[in-house]
Design a protein around this ligand. Structure first.
Ligand SMILES: C[S@@+](CC[C@H](N)C(=O)[O-])C[C@H]1O[C@@H](n2cnc3c(N)ncnc32)[C@H](O)[C@@H]1O
Length: 241
């Protein structure tokens, strides 16, 4: 799957001017030779905030369109039962339900939730397995605005994706962290600063992604700079090596 495809499909689901413009950015990346396949070597995709299921559907559709093996699934997380019901219905209506595995739990439990499926018993064999992880932060539209993504759990999930698995190399006593995201894989984070708590979370995410090692991670920020109310940002993180 190519970034251009990911981003142009994101554009369709969100109908959001900020993301629409990303197709321009993705074409530039393509021209710059960064357009590698984030799904190569990946065993699954993650929708970290399932909500109404638009992102899960987008990813499931992309997998189907590109004829990915049926075993490659979208793992969708949400803390609200209603969100997972909405996601399930959306996927059922689109005849894509078999491409998705729903998890009624916080994305901060991502490693625990997926490790049984993807980690071998011999942890030295551990390999990264997630091709794309999408976060659409904030609250479920037309629902309880008190249930929002929070700085602590969002950062915990991001840290697991970037430094997920700790391989303790006993022989020389050095520790090695292996990201859950595969090489050339992507994390996209749509942040909203307009609601209560949103600004804190946005700033925390920005601080965290800026701290990532630039030899390993390429971090893009896309923002409509003259939108002064209800600020929104789209952050894209690509694993380079
Ligand atoms: C903006 S909505 C997501 C919209 C969704 N991506 C879509 O395509 O419809 C944010 C969602 O994050 C969920 N959420 C809040 N905290 C969470 C957490 N710790 N783990 C997973 N989901 C969470 C909310 O319940 C809400 O459904």
């Amino acid at each position: 799957m190519h970034k251009a495809l990911i981003l142009s499909d994101v554009m369709v689901y969100s109908q959001d001017a900020v993301i629409k413009s990303l197709s321009v950015l993705s074409k530039k990346q393509t021209a710059g030779g960064l357009n590698r396949d984030p799904l190569q070597n990946s065993l699954c995709l993650v929708d970290a905030t399932a909500g109404n299921g638009y992102d899960s559907l987008f990813m499931a559709n992309a997998l189907n369109k590109l004829n990915y093996d049926k075993s490659v699934l979208v793992h969708a997380f949400d803390v609200q039962e209603q969100a997972l019901k909405n996601t399930e219905q959306r996927l059922k209506d689109a005849a894509c339900l078999e491409r998705v595995c729903l998890h009624l739990k916080s994305h901060s439990l991502i490693l625990e939730a997926l490790s049984a499926k993807f980690l071998s018993q011999d942890q030295k064999q551990f390999e990264s397995f997630i091709g794309v992880a999408m976060f659409n932060l904030g609250f479920l539209p037309r629902s309880d605005k008190c249930i929002i993504t929070k700085e602590e759990t969002t950062l915990s999930a991001l840290k697991q994706l970037c430094f997920g698995f700790n391989l303790n190399l006993e022989a020389n006593k050095t520790e090695k962290n292996i990201p859950l995201i595969v090489c050339n894989g992507l994390i996209s984070i749509h942040c909203y600063a307009g609601h209560e708590g949103g600004e804190l979370e946005t700033e925390a995410v920005l601080k965290y992604v800026k701290s990532l090692d630039s030899r390993i991670w390429k971090v893009f920020l896309y923002e409509e700079l003259n939108k002064y109310r209800n600020r929104e940002l789209l952050i894209l993180i690509e694993r380079l090596i």
